[in-house]
Design a protein around this ligand. Sequence first.
Ligand code: FAD
Ligand code: NAD
Length: 462
Amino acid sequence: MDTHTYDLIVIGAGPGGYVAAIRGAQLGLKTACIEKEPALGGTCLRVGCIPSKALLESSERYAEAKHALGKHGVNVSGVSLDLKTMLERKDGVVKALTKGIEGLLKKNNVTRYFGHGRFTGPNTVQVSGKDEVLLQGKHIIVATGSKVAPLRGVEMDGDRIGGSTEALSYSEVPKHLVVIGAGVIGLELGSVWARLGSKVTVLEYMNRILPGMDGDLVAEAHRILKKQGLDFRLGVKVAGAKVQGDGCVVTVEGAEPISCDRVLLAVGRIPNTDNLGLDAAGVKTDQRGRIEVDDHFSTGVGGVYAIGDVIKGPMLAHKAEEEGIACVERIVTGYGHVNYDAVPGIVYTHPEVATVGKTEEQLKEAGVAYKTGKFPFAANGRARAMNETDGFVKILADASTDRLLGVHIIGPRAGDLIAEAAVAIEFSASAEDLARSFHAHPTLAECVKEAALGTAGRTIHL
Ligand code: FAD
Ligand code: NAD
């Protein structure tokens, strides 16, 4: 077997891995990236962020044409669904973007190896698959991502009972879809199929949806999504799910079994360290199977690092990317840092839910004195013009210093609006900084300004 030597080897070409590889090459490291799947881009591009957003976009247009355009005086008739074309468009978007990553690696002189990577020692990785080769690296970054968490009693068959990957490609619209877990995946993909005509029942173990998000935001999201037809059953314990004939049956403790034609299991994701040879490298995992790292992504084994979904922290593509960059920059320049207080999180439902910084519950628990500013989209000119008046912007600022602590938005384009809040928190801005900055009129962003004014009791348009 051939042996090749590199300054940097990255295992996994998801948003964490391929970005780390490109940055390493930019900084002059001779770099290799190992990926076991034919297409690059990881969960995010192949079966995560991108295909789910493609379907959210298409299904929203379908729902809008069916139910919302009439309010604008646009009458359309004969609206019908061509699911095959919708799925093919989604696949086309994924194909173009994953091909794009291939081009980016080439352009940056990163050598791609196609196969499964496994440590055979702290500095060596064996690649098995289309490429069969032994790689030696001065620095090795593990970026192997995550996979669907199983649930005891739920018998996944990769078709009728599956995870998010299956739910991105159902060949027909389920009559009744049961979603287990009211987290991000459950709400996004539940919304897609509900818009396309499924009856969607969401079973959630907790007494609320979207655990961890600001309570106010969650209450509003729950209200709006319920109105859109999602049937939430909160505080329920799923005992099992299995295929029965042409459909499935989901059993729930203390309630009648639910018959449906498909089940989407979305109770979280777990780190992916399958057959990675971590023992051979001496790399340790914690009780949840995540690779243990210090603040600089070092595993404690000289030259071996880990980033992204395979370590602690929110499982988000942009978090993985920033960790990849910080990890490589620290290797080369001695400095690299990720500010976990400024990581935005977005749920791409309609309307979108977006958040950055601390929630009100976290501030209460930490005993931090804070002030609140809140502004509804119903009082915003642009939102009214768009006929998108659900939701609000909520800003939490330190009661004595005025420093921004958290920004929580539910409403139209919340995922784009949160960007200015993330930058403001990154720059340690005050609520007054936001309130005194120009926000063009008429834009949705004026709601952010008004909520910032609200922290000082100075809201103008309410
Ligand atoms: P991954 O993207 O999982 O990439 C890891 C790669 O490593 C994979 O390609 C895998 O094949 C490869 N690999 C694993 N083991 C080996 C091995 N031994 N050898 C070689 N290759 C290996 N996040 C967002 O920020 N926004 C979103 O809108 C969003 N939507 C999502 C929707 C869905 C349905 C899902 C499932 C996830 C979504 N996420 C979203 C989460 C996001 O996809 C992940 O946080 C992100 O992909 C993590 O990046 P990563 O590089 O750590 O791992
Ligand atoms: P999640 O952690 O967001 O939600 C899981 C939900 O399942 C929670 O509400 C939890 O209380 C519930 N749950 C857990 N055990 C249960 C049980 N036994 N019965 C019923 N409910 C149960 O996980 P997810 O939705 O699977 O998403 C996985 C990861 O992917 C998340 O970390 C998320 O960050 C990431 N993701 C992000 C986006 C985005 O950024 N827009 C989109 C999709 C996925």
